[in-house]
Design a binder for this molecule. Structure first.
Ligand code: C8R
Length: 256
């Protein structure tokens, strides 16, 4: 009897865990856009799961998300792309504006980025469930491969003048291990992309500026040589001012 009760409890906990993740996924999908309906969101979840379900935790590749990326194309204006590295909180504060005022878009403003921001998930070999805890953080984890895959698509979609917000508190604002350096910069392609504008955020702890070799040499080497480049040092306080909803300034015009 105890064994049966124990098994039922375990089963309940596990199925509840799965429901929690999928329910959160569906409800974020529904709240992202009024015309997203339940059946569309469920279809997306189904294709999403196929990327990692039943696979060993550290064995998920970028390509495993190809079907998902194909199913959910971007629809934001490609000439208003905002990339970032090590400025997660600030860039999102800055781009969080009402729909009609918005003039730059991060990956978190797109459907999949919005749903999966701050989430963890993985599958397990021999199981058809999604787990949202006990997931290892490895190079080919379901989470990392998702961000690599979505970031690749996002950068390929970019056009015109692209902005990237980097941190002047880092010795290497263009960190070779970052998603921006590994995945995004090489996917910005001339003639679609004309220019890359670095916004280097400065604050109390400035260890680098626009003259750093890491930007002038390393970053520029990684960038398609036909794409123009510029760099502006902008104090963090100024960006916070630009972020306030009372500001009449438009995003890029405000900090550039
Ligand atoms: N991008 C990458 N990673 C993202 C992400 C995103 O939009 N959103 C989240 N939450 N994450 P970092 P980076 C998670 O080192 O590596 C895109 C992932 O778990 O400060 O250069 C985006 O378009 C990931 O491991 O920045 C942006 O331009 C960390 O946060 C770059 O890639 C990445 O944090 C940012 O990636």
């Amino acid at each position: 009897v105890f064994a049966v009760i124990f098994a039922v409890v375990i089963w309940k906990v596990l199925s509840n865990q799965q429901q929690t993740f999928s329910r959160r996924f569906i409800s974020k999908c529904l709240e992202y856009k009024k015309d997203n309906n339940e059946s569309y969101c469920q279809q997306i979840f189904h294709v999403f799961e196929k990327a990692y379900i039943g696979k060993p935790m550290c064995n998920v590749t970028m390509e495993d998300y190809d079907d998902l990326m194909a199913m959910v194309p971007f629809d934001h204006p490609c000439h208003q792309t905002m990339l970032w590295s090590k400025t997660n909180e600030l860039v999102h504060k800055y781009t969080a504006k009402d729909e009609d005022k918005k003039d730059c878009f991060t990956l978190e403003d797109t459907l999949l980025g919005y749903i999966l921001n701050d989430e963890r998930w993985c599958g397990k070999k021999g199981s058809n469930e999604t787990f949202d805890n006990g997931c290892d953080d490895c190079a080919n984890s379901a989470v990392r491969s998702f961000w690599d895959s979505a970031s690749a698509e996002f950068a390929e979609y970019a056009c015109g003048n692209v902005t990237v917000m980097l941190s002047g508190s880092e010795e290497k604002p263009f960190n070779p291990f970052s998603t921006f350096a590994r995945v995004e910069i090489k996917r910005l392609k001339h003639p679609f992309v004309k220019k890359l504008n670095v916004i280097l955020v400065t604050g109390n702890k400035n260890v680098s500026n626009c003259a750093a070799d890491n930007l002038n040499i390393d970053l520029q080497k990684a960038l398609d040589s036909n794409i123009l480049y510029s760099c502006n040092e902008v104090p963090e306080s100024r960006i916070r001012e630009c972020s306030s909803s009372s500001s009449d300034n438009t995003d890029v015009g405000c900090v550039a």
